[in-house]
Design a protein around this ligand. Structure first.
Ligand code: ZN
Ligand code: ZN
Ligand code: ZN
Length: 289
């Protein structure tokens, strides 16, 4: 059984011989910053059964640590699989997969680095750092960032793009639309909506790539060209800035109002919290997809 995957813009395509041995959600700050999602979910697969079918030349690579290089589409910023030839493994973000890969999430790792606004409500096993099956139990150092009272700050994975927001968000939604899932390469996005006047880049604005989906009225994503890390998108209409909550360094002091576009939810992800669910778009204030 061959499983297909693709990025948001469709340039990067891949194929993997299934089935996958495991599927695990990771709440570490690096995954949250790269994906721009509340958490990332990864399938590990044998590298021997992995093939790029198009767009390999458009991949960008960022050495996030001595051991792990993260890859992304340089056109749309979507996180791409990371290949580890030394281990013979491919780590595939499940949000990139088309259709149903046939397996379900088995647990949560790096919950010690979890976003403060995200509650894990399922009954799957939780690991402070790596699960024992992956051998390495070293916890990741939690990055503590101080912000002035009333300010929310965020940054990309490499740290060169940074921003601050004053004032409160108008809304926060967990979005399950297919574009958020592909753009974040995750189960769903978590987006905050602020007034553009309240938002300011504090560094690296020139590194930000803004990608609008050609077929969409307005939908797009933004990311750092160096690391692929998800960034706010300041070009949204209506004087609004869309801020992915995953990369924030401080608590935005808002909790998700609803799961939206639930009709498009990933087949491998189950919603277990009590946050209201909407099949399609939320009521105003909203952004046209
Ligand atoms: Zn792409
Ligand atoms: Zn992670
Ligand atoms: Zn960056």
């Amino acid at each position: 059984m061959a499983i297909q995957g693709s990025c948001l813009c469709g340039t990067v395509r891949l194929e993997i011989d299934g089935p996958f041995p495991s599927l695990m959600s990771c709440h570490c700050s690096m995954c949250r910053k790269q994906h721009g999602a509340p958490f990332a979910t990864y399938a590990s697969a044998a590298l021997a059964g992995f093939r790029w079918t198009s767009g390999e030349h458009t991949l960008g690579h960022y050495a996030a640590s001595r051991y792990y290089t993260r890859s992304f589409c340089t056109t749309c910023g979507a996180v791409a699989p990371s290949l580890m030839p030394s281990e013979g493994l491919a780590f595939v973000p499940a949000g990139t997969l088309d259709g149903d890969p046939g397996i379900r999430v088995e647990g949560h790792m790096f919950v010690g680095s979890k976003a403060p606004w995200y509650d894990i409500t399922d009954s799957l096993p939780q690991y402070e750092a790596y699960p024992p099956s992956l051998g390495d139990a070293r916890p990741m150092q939690r990055r503590v960032v101080a912000a002035e009272p009333g300010k929310t700050v965020g940054s990309c994975l490499c740290g060169d793009v940074a921003y601050e927001i004053t004032g409160a968000p108008a809304a926060m939604y967990q979005c399950h639309c297919s574009r958020c899932r592909k753009g974040r390469a995750a189960a769903h996005g978590a987006n905050l909506f602020y007034k553009l006047d309240d938002f300011r880049w504090t560094s690296g604005e020139s590194l930000v790539v803004d990608y609008k989906v050609p077929a969409a009225a307005r939908f797009g994503v933004a990311f750092c060209r160096q690391c692929g890390g998800s960034t706010p998108r300041a070009s949204a209409a209506g004087g609004t800035v869309v801020v992915p909550a995953g990369p924030l360094d401080t608590d935005p002091n808002m909790r998700p109002l609803a799961h939206i576009f639930v009709a498009s939810k990933a087949p491998w992800f189950e919603i277990t919290d009590t946050i209201p669910q909407l099949a399609e778009a939320p009521p105003p204030p909203r952004l046209t997809r």
